[in-house]
Write a protein that binds this ligand. Sequence first.
Ligand SMILES: [Zn+2]
Length: 242
Amino acid sequence: MREQLVVLDTLRRIDLELSKLEQNLNDYPEKISDFESELETAKARLESLHGENQTLQKNKAGLELEISSNEDLIKKAEQKLFEIKTHKEYEALQKEIADTKRRNAELEDKVLEHMTRLEQVEAEIAAGREDLAAKEAEYGEKINSYKEKLEEIRSLYEPKKEEKEKIASRISPELIPIYKKIGKRNGGVIALAKAEVCTGCNMKIPSQLFNEVLTHTRFIQCPNCQKILYTEDELNSAATPE
Ligand SMILES: [Zn+2]
């Protein structure tokens, strides 16, 4: 009887440890991948800013090239003005010059817009770099620590399962259904019965039943919480298994 109580209690403790290990085996990889995906997001944001920066630079260079070739056109046209003989041709060329100048003014506005956006993007890149560096330092440390813990848990898990099998094989068959039913509840599978009260649930144990607990002749469950009742003298003399 006494040995079975200790076996039950030990089994429950091992089960709790196992379920905690299992929880962490599930949770830690998730936490690691959360941190990793946050790093990926920060990296992707920075990459897209770099992409925008390049596109802006390229477009700005294209605009500047167009402006400068327009300036050449204007210069040549202005020189040509002196050589023109007819009034009609003169007017046409003057219109062309004015149109090209207007076009250049528009292009210059666009260049300014590009420069404004480039400044913003460069500031965002600087901030993004800082953010990424901070995250890499912080999350890198966390990821490593979770990976280390995971290694440790993996090395503990199998031996703990073997320990459970060993203990479980010692349970008396009549207790197995009881353990399966209440072993996963909070607060243990055995409860001290003291002064006709179950200390597992604080309910009064009927006197007749309590007297039976005191005789240690069979396993008695608390009528309220179903825990297997034991007495103080049993606890004090209980030997640890093995
Ligand atoms: Zn109880």
